[in-house]
Unconditional design. Sequence first.
Lengths: 57, 234
Amino acid sequence: MNVQSTTATPSRTGLLGAGIFAALIGLGMIVVTGHVQADTLHDAAHDVRHATGFPCH
Amino acid sequence: MFTRILTSALFAGAAAGLIAALLQLVFVQPVLLHAELYEGGELVHFGGDSTVPAEQDLGGLSPVRDGLSIVFTMMIYSGYALILVPLMALAQERGARIGARTGLIWGLCGFIVVHFAPGFTLAPEVPGVAAADVGLRQVWWFATVLAAAVALWLVAFGRGWAAWGPAVVLLAAPHLVGAPEPEVFTGPVPTEIGALFAARAFGVGMAAWVMLGGFAGHFWARETAGRDAAAQPA
């Protein structure tokens, strides 16, 4: 059973804070996998970068 | 709250990313490998005089290379999901219905924002094409994605032309300004392969994003349904 009985709806600041934090992590993942030009990362992610339409090379 | 967002996003991102990776391996990778034969000079193509057969032996699967592609695709779609789910949560707070069915529309909009909007001018690049400096193109890519994201939010949740007008401007402006372009065209890859690559990249991206939206909507609705049920008096 999910124990979340203290609040019927989450506070707006809680949502905003958690949402922004999650989005920043997501953005970091996209930048590292899709855009950082370090050789090792570029070579490993090469095919995906092309297939996903990211600028590559 | 953060844990819920994380759970929904990672489930949705991993599932959609895995399917995206498999679709890419089946539909995009053979076109990419074919282009690389021209990029590396193994095959040479010159207009109407070409005698190179259009059918080439592209080899089979490459465990390390394709395995890395699967891992990175799942990471990219998880990253997208970590941005998508908070936006869904924000819209839900403002009265929007979030679920698997509405998630499909969110996914289609996500495809338009991160694939179609930048790709409209900076088309998905087959290996070997001539292109401007990668740093400049990345700046343009991020700016275009951000503009398209704001524009679609305004279209979806704005009321009247006070919101829709700026949305149209944001959608069109990056393409009127133009993306960084190469000074000369030097691409050795036949145009047929380049066109097929762009079409396949868009198609797979759309399928993957629609699924990402559907999964994200489904998992987020389940998380919040649990919350609401728990909040009900017994």
